[in-house]
Design a protein around this ligand. Sequence first.
Ligand code: AG3
Length: 282
Amino acid sequence: MDVWFYEEHKQNLRLNYRVKRVLAHKKTDYQELVVVETENYGRTLVLDGAVQLTVRDEFIYHEMIAHVPLFTHPDPQKVLVIGGGDGGTVRETLKHKEVNEVHLVEIDPEVVAAAREYFPETSAGLSDKRVHVHYADGIRFVAEQEGAFDVIIVDSSDPVGPAEGLFGKQFYADVARALKPDGLFVAQTESPWANQDILPRIYAGIRATFPIARLYLATVPTYPGWLWSFTLGSKKHDPLTVDPARIPDLGCRYYTPELHRAAFTLPRFVGDLLEKPADPFA
Ligand code: AG3
């Protein structure tokens, strides 16, 4: 069989994957959902043409989006995850013993259903008794919270379609209000290589909202540009002052105590990008 799937990384650039099997393909109320088994990366979840996770490399993204904020906060008990219906971020969050409540707010129930059916190793944590799954719009959910969470993790798709509002100034203000007085949040903030047009605006929005704003990097082979960014916005705790000697070994495959600090050391072109004057998303 010679079947290929591609993601369009740029108008003139596509990444092709040889497909062993198409496991699911449907239009949900929110997006087009595809699950394929690829030769190189194993099972792959694709939403509106954008790869969300592959079994082979999802650990990189999920470890980095969860452990950097959760080890920056000294006592993260109550955590909110926006998006992330595949469960990968929740799985990593549950590795922190202080965490006693995780709320996952996913707009599309079909994403959770597909994760439970096709990605058991990613989604298993969703059945943990500390986890509460809400099928709701993350923007509205956050707007209704006040001083409720230690850590908020925004595990969204790209800022087009259902996730667009999750990158806006109003949303960041609502996130700040939903956090406790020493709370902090992190969002996946696209690629500093492939998304240079929008990253300065996303970063500007977070920096305008939080006293501490820090961008960090990880290499995700299946996302456009490979080089991927996350931005942490914090009211009090600074990720750069975390003592690596106090970070326990969780048996991660990408994240390490030393990498916690190193991930914030930016190549010059990335630093320059963040200094570019930009209007935050409305
Ligand atoms: N969130 C998706 C990151 C964006 C990927 N973009 C792309 N492929 N164009 C990941 C969800 C995993 N929990």
